[in-house]
Design a protein around this ligand. Structure first.
Ligand code: HEM
Length: 322
């Protein structure tokens, strides 16, 4: 009898842990039934006015989840510029005003119910759908964190100069697989990068002078990029998937396979057999398989160190704690 009781308690604990770690689809179905619809409408309107916001809005979710988990810590402001958003890699983030717009609309409809962390996750999904990708069910029920530290950003966000080993370790530390790395890197089908993030590949790569470029980059591409990123010129923006940077498609993998990945971290996908196979399998079509994989990997990323139950809070305004 006692053993049966112990077994029941253990099963219950395991079940609760599973619900906690896996999150829940439709968390707001009864508390704020229109939450997802309202969010999607605001994303559609925002992208119709400013299509280049698609990249920044998708990137926000990644930068949120990799630092203190998906808790909207990336959205917090600090009066002394000591928050995550004040760290160098986050200075190029954009789209905070769109998240605020969604939050204002949802607070009006159902005050104190929908977390900023969930808004970031929903917006990322909506962006992919509006730009040509496939949809997925977003797990919701995340709560917002109360802490955001500049010093947490650099150690947790992978660098564009990272090699494949460092990237794999970074993803593993967040509970993500090598496949997730290959798949989520495909987000670079959208958006732009600053010269500063790849200029080292164009000039004096190994210290042999300005004609010395990264040999893992196609020389014609190097020449084209040098025109946009001159040695002492401005830190211009370059499309990561040229000609298709506001369309969510699988063409990123074609670029990488042609040694035209913009960052060393993109090129690094050719340095591991599993990630290289993924690139090659998706370089000429196979979009449906990428879209399906992307949905799974985004759900996986959305589970990083999520706050649930009574942890954290539901912020009233996404840029500050209540
Ligand atoms: C694998 C490691 C990754 C590295 C090292 C990396 C690095 C970068 C860098 C340096 C930029 C350019 C920022 C700028 O100069 O303005 C960028 C842009 C971007 N990243 Fe990543 N990223 C990685 C993974 C991801 C993931 C997992 C996602 C989302 C699922 C993502 C989504 C984006 C998007 C959409 C942009 C374009 C942003 C814009 O248009 O402003 N990245 N990334």
């Amino acid at each position: 009898m006692i053993t049966l009781f112990v077994k029941l308690v253990i099963n219950l604990i395991l079940l609760l842990r599973e619900i906690n770690s896996k999150g829940m689809v439709g968390f707001y179905d009864s508390s704020c039934p229109q939450a997802e619809e309202i969010t999607a409408k605001i994303v559609t309107d925002a992208l119709s006015v400013a299509p280049t916001l698609s990249g920044p809005l998708l990137r926000l979710f990644f930068h949120d989840c990799f630092v203190r988990g998906c808790d909207a810590s990336v959205l917090l402001n600090s009066p002394t510029q000591q928050a995550e958003k004040d760290a160098v890699p986050n200075k190029s983030l954009r789209g905070f005003d769109i998240i605020d717009k969604v939050k204002t609309a949802l607070e009006k409809k159902c005050p104190g119910i929908v977390s900023c962390a969930d808004i970031v996750a929903l917006v990322a999904r909506d962006v992919v759908v509006k730009t040509g990708g496939s949809t997925w069910n977003v797990e919701t029920g995340r709560r917002d964190g109360n802490i955001s530290l500049l010093s947490d950003a650099i150690p947790n966000l992978p660098s564009p100069f990272a090699d494949i080993g460092t990237l794999k370790t970074s993803f593993k530390s967040k509970g993500l697989s090598v496949k997730d790395l290959a798949v989520l890197s495909g987000a670079h089908t959208l958006g732009t990068g600053h010269c500063a993030a790849f200029k080292n590949r164009l000039y004096n790569f190994t210290g042999k002078g300005n004609s010395d470029f990264d040999p893992t980059m196609d020389s014609n591409y190097v020449n084209a990029l040098r025109k946009k990123c001159t040695i002492n010129g401005t830190d211009n923006l370059v499309q990561m998937d040229p000609g298709s940077s506001i369309v969510f498609d699988e063409k990123y993998y074609l670029q990488v396979s042609k040694k035209r990945g913009l960052f060393q971290s993109d090129a690094a996908l050719l340095d591991d057999s599993e990630t290289k196979t993924y690139v090659n399998d998706h370089k000429s079509g196979n979009a449906d398989s990428f879209f399906q994989d992307f949905a799974v990997s985004m759900v996986n990323m959305g589970r990083i160190e999520v706050l649930t139950g009574t942890a954290g809070q539901i912020r009233k305004v996404c840029s500050r704690v209540n």
